[in-house]
Design a protein around this ligand. Sequence first.
Ligand SMILES: Nc1ncnc2c1ncn2[C@@H]1O[C@H](COP(=O)(O)OP(=O)(O)O)[C@@H](O)[C@H]1O
Ligand SMILES: [Mg+2]
Length: 428
Amino acid sequence: MTYTSEPTNLCNIVELLLTAHIYNQSEKLTEDDLPVRIRKHYWDSVEKRVKRPISVRMQDITSLYGNNNVKQEIKALPFIDFDEFGAEIRFTIPDLAKDWFVKQEEAMDKIRRNPALASFYEKDGVGVSYEEATAYVRPKEQDREYLDSLIAEIAASDKDVDLLTLVHLVAPEDVRQTIDELVLTPEQESKIERIMQAIEHRDYLRDIGLREIGKMLFIGLPGTGKTSAARALSEKLNVPLVEVRLSMITSQYLGETSKNVDKVFELAKKLSPCILFIDEFDFIAKTRMSDEHATLKRAVNTLLKAIDEISLIDDGVLMICATNHPNLLDRAAWRRFDEIVDFPLPNAEMRKNILDIVLSRVEGEFDTQEIAGMTEDFTGSDLRMVVREAVLRSLTENRTSITQSDLISATNDFSGRVRLMMKEYALA
Ligand SMILES: Nc1ncnc2c1ncn2[C@@H]1O[C@H](COP(=O)(O)OP(=O)(O)O)[C@@H](O)[C@H]1O
Ligand SMILES: [Mg+2]
């Protein structure tokens, strides 16, 4: 038969049909048992799930796998019924489809990564396991579609849609920063590990009445990885990140500031479990010290109170605040956090590791150890810029690989800037 010669597209289509068939039949399967692509395609944003039955039409295939001329080939398969008018594609004899599929060359790879299919073929003793397949599918909470439908629901229930202009929402799948690509100190690692344990054992902590947990303050110079760490945590924990810039909340309408603060915390509770990340936390200190408008002072008090009241244990909101200027914070602000995480300047070993990560996809002959030795006082962000500079330098010379001397020149160029910044901070 002809269809065996062009298996890739057909295999995708039969995988889709089989997945739909099995998902429709087994109520035990959830959205998390569907391959991400299929799940996203059939996601119902109103009901926040993939509704049964999944039906497969020509347009689903086109949108999932591109515009292929598969009509004829599908029709050639003996177990498929193609309704020309409704354009719905169905199995006539599902068992035949199951047998055909498992004999295809790339089918095993697909089954291994498709929990719905694996749950079926597991019984056939073809060497796949449902358990193992689930590890390949990230949970639905990481999908942008999932967050979007939550947001749509919130927007519909709240006339103040402008709430979303106050915050920046990041779905875990959109986070480009993973924990593995961050070079952390052992202390940072153990604090992050502790918070993950706390989250995992949330119910237990609630039961024993331990609620004073789950508020972290990240302190360190600009460019030491605070924002990246918050984002990476969201990716690691599979929860959305609600990012707030304090200056944004207050800059809108001064009179609304207190209300805005409340709204942001309400949003976080609705998105729970999530991370609420407040950047520029020192902003509150500035408004306290200076002779600011009374409304702003009220807003700051509202914020501090909201921080006191929100809880990881009860509300499922992990609170992370970050500041480049910890010295500006008074004790009242400090005591609200149960975990202070210091983001120091990286030492030579960390600098080498950061350089290795940033350079992992850059071609060339270089010695990161030497550069690490030349870059005292450089932050992770500075090191990224050094690499960027070196890459641009090589490009202007029509090279796509860099040399050690590119890196050394870039480092020297950058040193002045780093010295200037350290001086500024020493003065502050
Ligand atoms: N310790 C580190 N390991 C890896 N990358 C880092 C580190 N510190 C900073 N960076 C990189 O520098 C850039 C800026 O970091 P960022 O998280 O924005 O710093 P901050 O929020 O502390 O100002 C990011 O691209 C980040 O990946
Ligand atoms: Mg930052």
